[in-house]
Design a protein around this ligand. Structure first.
Ligand code: SF4
Length: 440
């Protein structure tokens, strides 16, 4: 989501005649797009701002902007303690960036835009004009990338007790299907082959603030997106398990372009902890849905998010999470130690877990998951996978790198290929984070 927001801000600044630079000393405007999901990410923002102070001293015209969730949450602190910051804008306000940059340049005083509206609407998609693209000499919007993230909704209504998203990004707001389709059709006409539909909880796409269906439901949107000429792969993230409907599960059999990968955050294997997290499902319900997905699409790769050391998590709760790993055998899991986030309800919970215990639980969990992920990847050995080429492999050995439909990275040798091209690759080896293969 943040990556897409950064891209949008880049496009808005390009339309205002700003050109990206790889040399920070050359920059006239610096935008730090922030995330406050983890404490570490927030700390990084302050440390980066500290480093930028000197840069601003040497170049007073430099405009420093902090955007995203940290900006939303920490507006007052930033205002009081970081005089080098010129613009603070929350996630709902990123569309105002060019206007605020212009004002900051003229007036030289802090531009603050962190208002939230329950009726917030994502502005309609408008492709950049060819003039902007040509002047820049580098088409940032079209042709250069073969895959795109497309925001279909913003915000969240779920209030998991550890999470700040409903406070920083506001309540759920969906874009109209017409606007989503217009944007993706534009991308497809310019060579994009894969889209990932983004939202905090895409499963509740289309529902109005009053809880009624305002637009088409998510499965219908998936069908419409998949019907766009030129789009070969459709992905989405993220899904709340409680809102995963039978209709969405059926899409995995009915829509050929829908990639067999499902990121379904479970967070804990213990019902007691899930209740304290306000996740609104039980582990039995989660298992039932995971099973239904596998029945519908046996080659689906399931991945998840897990938090260890939530306040009050006992050894038996942690054991239940480990058992869940063994039961589902996720292809991958993003796992984190619980940390208090300002504004989250769990900040006030008793029985916080000692840092050492959290670290040890995380180590055990990651070790167990690594074993499972490796075995999962070994299951691909000998199979032939349709791989979409992403470019040359990062290892610098001249190999190509691409992704299977199930979102696993494959490195392979091949004659000249272009990003976005699809090739059949025979998998020769499954590794922990990737596969190796040869063109079939
Ligand atoms: S579903 Fe829960 S964890 Fe996900 S964004 Fe909403 S409140 Fe946060």
């Amino acid at each position: 989501m943040n990556e897409r927001d950064s891209e949008i801000m880049g496009q808005l600044l390009a339309a205002a005649n700003y050109i990206p630079t790889g040399d920070i000393k050359q920059a006239d405007v610096i935008v730090i797009n922030t995330c406050s999901i983890r404490e570490k990410a927030e700390q990084k923002v302050y440390s980066l701002l500290g480093r930028l102070k000197n840069l601003k001293k040497n170049k007073p015209s430099l405009i420093i902007s902090v955007a995203g969730c940290v900006a939303q949450q920490e507006a007052e602190r930033l205002q009081a303690r970081m005089p080098q910051v010129d613009i603070v804008l929350g996630p709902q306000q990123i569309y105002k960036l060019p206007e605020l940059v212009a004002k900051a340049g003229k007036r030289g005083k802090l531009q603050l835009a962190v208002d939230q509206s329950p009726n917030f609407a994502i502005p309609r998609y408008s492709p950049p004009s060819p003039a902007v693209i040509n002047k820049k000499g580098d088409d940032i919007e079209a042709g250069q990338f073969f895959k795109k993230f497309v925001t279909i909704m913003q915000g969240c209504n779920n209030f998991c007790t550890y999470c700040v998203v409903p406070y920083t990004r506001g309540r759920e707001t969906s874009r109209s299907p017409e606007d989503v389709i217009a944007e993706i059709s534009h991308h497809a006409r310019h060579g994009v082959k894969e889209v990932t539909l983004l939202g905090q909880n895409v499963n509740s796409y289309g529902v109005s603030s009053k809880g009624r269906l305002k637009y088409v439901p998510f499965p219908e949107l998936l069908k419409q997106v998949s019907a766009i000429d030129g789009i070969k792969r459709v992905r989405f993230t993220t899904s709340h398990p409680k809102d995963l409907s039978p209709e969405l599960i059926k899409c995995f059999a009915a829509i050929e372009k829908l990639c067999p990968h499902f990121h379904l955050p479970v967070q804990s294997g213990s019902n007691r902890i899930l209740k304290k997290m306000n996740r609104k499902y039980t582990i039995e319900q989660y298992l039932e849905k995971a099973d239904a997905l596998l029945q519908m699409r046996p080659d689906i790769a399931l991945t998840t998010d897990i938090i260890v050391g939530f306040p009050g998590e006992k050894d038996e709760d942690f054991e239940a999470t480990l058992k869940l790993l063994e039961k589902i055998r996720f292809h991958g899991a993003f796992s984190f130690k619980y940390s208090d986030r300002p504004q989250a309800k769990s900040v006030g919970f008793d029985n916080k877990i000692d840092e050492h215990i959290k670290a040890e639980r995380l180590r055990i969990l990651q070790e167990r998951q690594n074993d499972i992920s490796l075995l999962r990847n070994k299951e691909y050995e000998g199979s032939v996978q349709l791989v979409m080429v992403e470019g040359k492999s990062k290892s610098g050995d001249g190999q190509y790198s691409g992704r299977t439909m199930s979102n696993i990275i494959v490195n392979f040798e091949a004659p000249a290929l272009t990003p976005g091209q699809e090739v059949f690759v025979k998998i020769t080896e499954g590794l922990l984070h990737s596969l190796r293969g040869i063109v079939a």
